[in-house]
Design a protein around this ligand. Structure first.
Ligand SMILES: *Cc1c(COP(=O)(O)O)cnc(C)c1O
Length: 446
């Protein structure tokens, strides 16, 4: 058998200068693409004796495929057609483009993040955040940390370490990927005192649990499940009324519903009004901001948290502060976050669904009413009416995979063997792209 003529293989330098590789170099890094070419070439040389030397175009196709595969691990934009407005696996709340744009200068240049312009000396990080949070919730003071999990940990570590924290058995929950209240508590060095039962916890249960060593009562929002049937627990104001002196009441509220009403949620404003001394919540859930955690409540407690060594570990940088400040400003001025805007206007969603369906123009496609949810640890038991598309393809699983393999991946779901795409969490600007994508996938599919 003839040995293949490896000289016919284009050199790496030539391949790197091809349009395909230059495009990928911008997305993955030139050195990275160069390594990918090495891999493809060495694979080729080992297979060449069997298959002969491939054409340059096949070679580039192989490189292109490998680059595309790796590109899918990058953090890229996707179209969320799951009907879950706050999807923890898809970055929770989108940040509004207006908020994003407004923060550009602060982030791409220098800022007074920790510099007092009046004195010309070192300042505090908070900006006007505590004022904005106070306007929205009535809080005396507030501060920001990297996420709500950090908020819970900081409060317990700074204010309850070595002491007892009383928690109802109905609130010893696990939130999402492994954030467990009992474990966080034990890591913080506080001691968990469990009271009541899963479904019933009474004021008496709490009273019996108080001791010399009690630091606080912790109440945790059941963010991702609902307790129904024969259940009861005291309100926060009832709890407040029986607290011994020096014991504080802390609620891990989670969702970041600040005021007004939302099914299945107690707003932060109401929690503070009922007498909670501290409350914490995520910034990227219902609030609609970047990842962060806000702790709000009594000024003397917030001061202790801000001066604790651990705060240094948990404090965010300028990107988060600037985005949060801007986002809260929009909330103060009356705009809603995507989740606060629920329930969505169904006729509008229906119109959009019809327009997408018309653009795709396939007998497999049907406009349908759907049910959506806020998700992301809010209103766990609530659904809202929505609209979208049902696609009656033969193999729903592989159609979903094809949608995910698109340059801008589309994420949908399956019910009874049909693919569903819900429009509630799809940006209307993406409707045309969605239609195009579905059409292309259907074309490749049939
Ligand atoms: C979401 C949630 C958390 C965790 O918040 P992160 O911001 O994701 O760290 C903790 N407690 C409750 C009640 C939650 O809903």
């Amino acid at each position: 058998m003839k040995t293949p003529d490896f000289k016919k293989i284009p050199s790496k330098e030539i391949l790197l200068e091809s349009d395909t590789c230059r495009r990928w170099s911008a997305l993955l890094g030139r050195l990275h693409v160069s390594r990918i070419i090495d891999n493809v070439l060495s694979r080729l040389k080992s297979e060449a004796s069997k298959e002969g030397i491939p054409e340059e175009k096949d070679l580039l196709q192989g490189i292109d495929d490998e680059c595309r595969e790796i590109y899918r691990i990058r953090v890229i934009r996707v179209i969320n057609a799951t009907g879950i407005v706050l999807h923890t696996n898809m970055g929770r709340s989108p940040i509004s483009p207006e908020v994003w744009d407004a923060c550009k200068g602060v982030n791409t240049g220098y800022s007074n993040l920790e510099f007092n312009l009046k004195t010309g000396k070192r300042g505090k990080r908070n900006g006007i955040l505590p004022i904005l949070v106070s306007l929205l919730t009535g809080s005396e003071a507030s501060m920001v940390v990297n996420n709500n999990a950090a908020a819970v940990f900081l409060v317990l570590q700074a204010l309850a370490k070595g002491k007892e924290v009383v928690v109802s058995r109905g609130e010893q929950v696990q939130i999402g990927g492994g954030f467990r209240i009992p474990e966080i508590l034990s890591l913080s060095g506080a001691r968990l005192v469990e009271v009541g039962t899963t479904n019933i916890t009474t004021l008496e249960d709490y009273k019996k649990a108080f001791s010399e060593s009690t630091a606080c009562v912790l109440s945790v929002h059941r963010s991702n499940f609902a307790l129904r049937g024969f259940t009861s627990q005291p309100t926060l104001s009832e709890l407040k009324s029986i607290l011994p002196p020096g014991v504080f009441l802390y609620m891990d509220q989670g969702s970041g519903v600040l005021r007004g009403s939302m099914k299945g949620e107690i707003p932060v404003e109401s929690i503070l009004k009922q007498g909670a001394d501290l409350v914490s919540f995520s910034c990227d859930k219902v609030l609609g901001g970047p990842q962060g955690g806000i702790i709000a409540g009594k000024a003397n407690l917030i001061r202790k948290l801000e001066t604790h060594q651990l705060y240094r570990v948990f404090r965010p940088g300028k990107t988060i502060y600037s985005l949060l400040e801007e986002m809260l400003l929009w909330r103060v001025n009356g705009t809603f976050s995507p989740a606060e805007g629920m329930p969505a206007d169904v006729p509008t969603l229906m119109d959009r669904a019809h327009a997408v369906a018309a653009a795709v123009n396939s007998p497999l496609l049907e406009v349908v009413s759907t049910e959506c949810s806020t998700g992301g640890g809010s209103g766990p038991d609530e659904t809202y009416p929505s609209a979208g598309l049902r696609i009656a393809v033969k193999n729903a699983d592989s159609f979903l995979t094809n949608l995910r393999n698109e340059p801008v991946p589309v994420v949908g779901y399956i019910i009874n063997g049909s693919v569903y795409l819900d429009l509630v969490a799809v940006d209307p600007h993406d409707d045309a792209l969605l239609a195009e994508t579905v059409k292309r996938c259907l074309g490749a599919f049939s």
